[in-house]
Structure formats: C-alpha cells, structure tokens
Design a protein around this ligand. Structure first.
Ligand code: ADP
Length: 491
C-alpha cells in the first residue's frame, strides 16, 4: 500500500462496537474522535461503549461460555479456529499495521516489521496450545484416584493500552481463546481502530457470537464497568501502575474476580566497563527510543561505568541525533509521534523537571517542530542525573533517558533495584559469570544480557513489585485463564 493512497476514508472501515457477533452503535448513541497523532486530524468517530454496552457484551460472553457452541467445541477445533484467525491476520497484516500507525503515531516500519510479526507469532503459538492443556493424576494416600481438571476461568475482561494496540490484543486474546474462555476486550480510547478490524476478522474466521466482544470506550466508564462487573470472572489489565491499582481495588470490591496486571517500569540498563561499547550503545538506543519510548520495559535509567561514561554518551548522542524522525507513514522513519497531546505535555513536563533539578541535556530536550505539526519529541539524553531526581524515579513513557554514573558494579545493581518497579533490566558485559550473577540479583521479571527488547511468544513477560501480577506469554499466561479442579474418586 503506497503512502499516498492511504486516507482515513480508505482505511478505516469499522467504527462500531462488536457485541454478540454484530457490529452495533453504543446504547447511548455516543461516539468519540480518534485523532492521528502525527497531524492532529480526526481519523474517525468511533462508537463509545459505556456501562450498558458492557452489560450487553458480558451477557453475550456469559451465554457463549455457559451454553454456546464454543463451550461444546473440542480443544482441537478451538485451535483450528485460532489458526484460521492467525491466517486472516497474516493476510491483512499491512492494513492492520497501517491502522496502528495512523492511530498511534508509531512508524509503519515498526508496525510492519515488529508489531504485526509478533502478533502473528503470538496467535500461532497459542493456537498450538489449545489441545495441549492437561491436568495431572496425583498419588494421594488411601484408596482414591485423584486427578486435576484444567478448566477455563470463564468470562474475561481485557483492558489494554495504546502503545502496542494490536500486539496487546494478541497477548490477551491468544491465551484466553486457547483455554476456552470468552472475552470482553476494551482497547484504549487513543487507539481503537485495529481492534475493531481484528473483530471483523474474528467474525470472518467463524468464532461463534459472543466469544469475543470488542468495546472501544474510556477507562473511567467502560473500563471501570468491566472491572466492576459481577459476571466477569477475570480481568486482565495492561497500563499504568496507578490504574492497575484501581482495577484491582474495583475487582476486590465487586466479586473478587481474578486479576492479572502488566504495569509500568523504570528499567535499569547497566553498562559495565568491559562491555562491547558499540553493541551497548545500540542497545541503549533500542532500549529507550524504540516506539518513541512509550514502552513499559524501556531502559530509562542508563547506569554507565565511570571509566567509559564519556565515550559512551558521546556515541549515544551521535546515534540519537541521526535517527530519522517524522511522518510515521514514511518507510524511512524510525521515530514517530507521541500518542497524544496529553502524552506530549507529560513528557515535556518531565524534561523541564530534569532541567530544573540540575540534570544536563546532552541532546534533545524539546518538542521536534521540524519533524512536523504532530506530537513529536526529540530523542533526549540527560546526564548528571542523580537517583533522587524525578526523571530517575518516575516512568516518563517517552524518548527520554537518564544517564547515571557508577564506579562499583554492586552499587549499580543496588541502585538499579531501588525502585518500586520491577519489570525489566539489562546488563552489558563480556564477563559471563558477572552477567549471570547480576541477572539473579536484579529484582525484575525480565533481564536481558547484551541485548535489549527481545520478545518471543514462548518466553514469559511480566513484573516484580509494582510492575504487575502474573506473567504474559508462554505457557505461563495460560495459568491466568485456567482454574484447577481437584477430583476425588473412591476406589
Ligand atoms: P496510560 O496512562 O498509559 O494512558 P492507562 O493505564 O490510563 O494508560 O490506560 C490503560 C487502559 O486502561 C486503557 O484502555 C484505559 O482506557 C483503561 N483505564 C483507564 N482508567 C481506567 C479505570 N479507572 N478502570 C478501568 N480501566 C481504565
């Protein structure tokens, strides 16, 4: 699809809610605008779900789970359906990538070459799990046969963020569908479009009505209604720690629905003096500038050994200043626009706070007017950052890295761990023993050694501490969607 032919009218085909296999208007008749962050122009008016729509979607998901053809379908047939959907996603990958780029502001290069391949991988992977979920027989005492049944948890509310719209939908839907759950999925209000197109593909693949319902809407209304619903058995949330706390509280105050959370981060990226500096610089760039820094596992605290610090920062600066930033639909662009005005303001506020607390801007530190009229922020590097500064403590969710010097490895690890977050970390060194030792010492769910931002559908992802509860991906995510039943038989 050539850049010139893409207009909102040509690409945005679906703007309604998917409830019980049909695309419908919101009960209130309300819609909301979804803008293109690279221009500020409205892409589409999308139906705005609220409590009444959530009630209808949950009722449909409940009926599909309790009595529908889905509940009677064999596990193998379920796997086949997921595979069919995966094929449809593959066939429509360019269109889905384009929708995410237009809606989110991230480069088409990235949505085409990173997001969509990972989406396809994820769905492929979980299609294979559907008929491989097995219980155990347990050698209990006495004359009994004891075995476990692995059963789907039921109706699942899934609330996802805007930074990887398609990918977050896949991470949630893959394990839920493989285990036989039914779903009410709420995409973020900033990026509802690809989820709706995905809804069309779900219908085309032949999923029975009510198995997947998709409700664009706002967090405090539709999101809250999902988290509070008495007939939702489980809620899976990805987003900020602040909202994750609210979701958990709401779940606790309603029906104690099961909760899994994938939340914020403030990852330490630690460069030891014996590291391959070229690789570590590339890793630091990927770590913080990938996806405009709107990544929960972004390497936002860059700990660099004193002895290599100046050389490292010099190289990092040169690299950062050559990354093409601009129109996300241009195939050459590697950094696009931030998702919204709100996000832009938030990041610029953090940059101001870094400056006023005495950190030094090596490059960037401002909006990038030259890249276009959209919400562009220049890749920004701060040095002379102290641990107690706001930019070293809080998640910025933008292309802003805080470089911090250290002279003792133990000290770097200790300071790296001194955060309420614990999602990810990285270490760069040629000393294999040291690398594995640090991997053990870091209190985070993912540690990368001499690499950054590696993902695979088979490998778990999730946080320690206030970065979350539970793991996504791999066989681990299946547990989020399963109940274990113990059955006793007298012999
Ligand atoms: P961010 O701060 O990155 O925008 P949020 O954590 O606010 O991310 O949002 C992530 C998702 O959570 C979105 O789909 C949003 O609509 C939803 N959300 C926001 N507030 C609530 C809430 N109070 N209850 C349930 N969901 C919410």
């Amino acid at each position: 699809m050539a850049t010139a032919t893409v207009t909102p009218q040509s690409i945005v085909k679906q703007t309604k809610l998917l409830i019980n296999g049909e695309f419908v208007d919101a009960a209130s008749g309300k819609t909301f605008e979804t803008p293109n962050p690279s221009t500020g122009e409205t892409l589409a008016h999308v139906a705005e779900a609220d409590k009444e729509d959530v009630d209808r979607a949950v009722a449909a998901a409940r009926a599909a789970f309790d009595d529908g053809p889905w509940s009677k379908m064999s596990a193998r047939e379920r796997g086949r359906l997921i595979r069919k959907l995966t094929d449809l996603i593959r066939e429509n990958a360019k269109e889905l990538a384009t929708l995410d780029t237009l809606d989110n502001g991230k480069p088409i290069f990235e949505t085409s070459n990173v997001d969509l391949p990972l989406v396809i991988d994820c769905m492929d992977y979980y299609s294979g799990w559907a008929d491989k979920i097995e219980g155990d027989t347990i050698p209990v005492s006495g004359d009994f046969l004891n075995y476990t049944l692995k059963e789907p948890v039921g109706v699942c509310g899934q609330i996802i963020p805007w930074n990887f719209p398609m990918l977050m939908a896949a991470w949630k839907l893959g394990p839920a569908l493989a285990t036989g759950c039914t779903v009410v999925l709420k995409p973020a209000e900033q990026t509802p479009l690809s989820a709706l197109r995905l809804g069309e593909l779900i219908c085309e693949a032949g999923f029975p009505p009510g198995v997947v319902n998709i409700l664009p809407g706002f967090g405090e209304t539709a999101g809250h209604a999902i988290a509070a619903h008495m007939d939702v058995d489980k809620v899976a949330f990805t987003g900020s720690t602040e909202v994750g706390r609210l979701v958990m509280e709401t779940a606790a105050k309603s029906n104690l629905k099961k909760v899994t959370l994938e939340l914020g981060g403030k990852a330490p990226n630690i460069v030891l003096p014996d590291a391959n500096i070229e690789d570590a610089v590339k890793g630091a760039v990927t770590g913080i500038f990938f996806n405009q820094g709107e990544v929960c596992c972004a390497g936002s605290r860059l700990f660099v050994d004193d002895s290599v610090h100046d050389e490292f920062i010099d190289k990092l600066k040169n690299f950062a200043e050559t990354i093409p930033q601009g129109d996300p639909m241009d195939e050459n662009t590697r950094i696009g626009a931030q998702v919204s005005q709100e996000q832009l303001d938030r990041i610029l506020n953090y940059i101001d706070s870094g400056k006023s607390e005495g950190a030094c801007v090596v490059t960037g530190g401002a909006r990038n007017e030259g890249a276009g009229t959209g919400y562009y922020v220049k890749p920004t590097i701060f040095t002379d950052v102290r641990d107690e500064m706001k930019i070293a403590r809080e998640e910025i969710f933008g292309p802003v890295v805080s470089a911090i010097k250290f002279s003792e490895v133990e000290d770097a690890v200790k300071r790296g761990n001194k955060t309420n977050y614990g999602l990810s970390a990285a270490v760069w060194t040629r000393d294999i023993k040291q690398a594995h030792r640090i991997a053990r010492q870091i209190r985070a769910g993912v540690v990368w050694i001499n690499t950054y931002n590696q993902f695979d559908a088979a490998s778990p992802f999730g946080g320690y501490k206030e970065s979350g509860i539970g793991r996504e991906l791999g066989k681990f995510a299946l547990d989020n969607y399963l109940q274990t039943k113990s059955v006793w038989v007298a012999l």
